[in-house]
Design a protein around this ligand. Structure first.
Ligand SMILES: [Zn+2]
Length: 301
């Protein structure tokens, strides 16, 4: 790939949460953590598929990799880094933050960061929480992230949902003042504002679930306005042949609906604009600071 300086400045960020199909929170009752090691492992095939799609478009994005996955697939982490993508952290064990104590959370994000740095050779500065669970009652997690060496978070979804969301949170990338001093950059998940309500724009399950014409309209509008957003996918969403669990109607909808359409939709959206890593876009916006928090830094990857 060409050096960073030869590429156009990315208007939007691309990210993937690297985990397997059985690790989604909605499937916990059917595949609890103790069963993960014996589930059919499809991580490498689906993530390699995503890497191919990005390579064919010369797109570099941010891969928020689960520590549990990285420890079982060290070669995959190295391939992601070698392809020029940003390696970031999805924590170690995919436990929702409000089910962890602050000490357990610190240990989880510390272990993930160390492992990912060792495997990738990159400094890991980005974090995304399992199921976007930085919510009003888990804001205590943000200063811990900063103390552990993370320089940005991308976990806050400014919507109201059963498991996640801070409906009144800023919708655009910004810096958050931390209790106890300092700040951390935040790249929120993307929304569209309709009157008093924020509605998801695309990405994750919403890439499959929201009406396609709406997503295309919203993405084009956002790109046309030069307004940065992050497009997020899970590699397992590009794997329509994954084993299916006998789930109830709600999970059948959120986890399995339109799995056979996700890849075509992703490719279409990637053709709508220029995409880069979250660190690149935050850097371009002047929102990333050096570890001491003294000012913007250059991010060349
Ligand atoms: Zn996840």
């Amino acid at each position: 790939m060409s050096p960073a300086q030869d590429r156009p400045a990315p208007g939007a960020a691309f990210s993937a949460d690297v985990e397997d199909y059985f690790q989604a929170e909605a499937l916990r009752a059917h595949c609890p953590r103790e069963a993960w090691a014996s589930a059919e492992d499809r991580t490498e095939a689906s993530t390699d598929r995503l890497l191919e799609i990005l390579a064919s478009r010369a797109i570099r994005g941010t891969f928020f990799i689960l520590g549990w996955t990285a420890s079982r697939h060290p070669g995959l982490v190295r391939r992601i880094a070698a392809a020029g993508h940003e390696v970031a952290s999805h924590g170690s064990d995919h436990e929702l933050i409000y089910r962890q104590s602050p000490d357990a959370f610190r240990d989880d994000v510390r272990r993930a960061r160390r492992l990912l740095q060792d495997l990738s050779g990159q400094e890991v500065i980005g974090y995304r929480a399992p199921s976007y669970t930085i919510v009003a009652r888990t804001r205590w997690a943000l200063p811990i992230l900063a103390e552990e060496g993370y320089r940005y978070d991308s976990s806050i979804f400014p919507i109201a949902r059963r498991r996640y969301g801070i409906p009144g949170a800023p919708r655009m990338p910004h810096r958050i003042a931390l209790a106890g001093g300092g700040t951390i950059a935040e790249f929120p998940l993307p929304t569209v504002r309709f009157g008093p309500v924020n509605v998801p724009l695309t990405g994750g399950a919403y890439l499959r679930l929201l009406p396609w014409r709406y997503q295309l309209w919203a993405v084009r509008r956002r790109i046309g306005a030069g307004s940065p957003f992050v497009l997020n996918v899970h590699p397992w969403e590009l794997d329509p042949d994954q084993p299916r669990f006998p789930v109830g109607w709600r999970t059948r909808w959120t986890h399995y609906h339109n799995l056979d359409r996700a890849e075509a939709r992703l490719k279409a959206l990637l053709g709508e604009g220029t995409f880069g890593t979250l660190a690149e876009v935050l850097g371009r916006l002047g929102l990333l600071t050096d570890p001491a928090g003294t000012g913007p830094i250059d991010v060349g990857r």
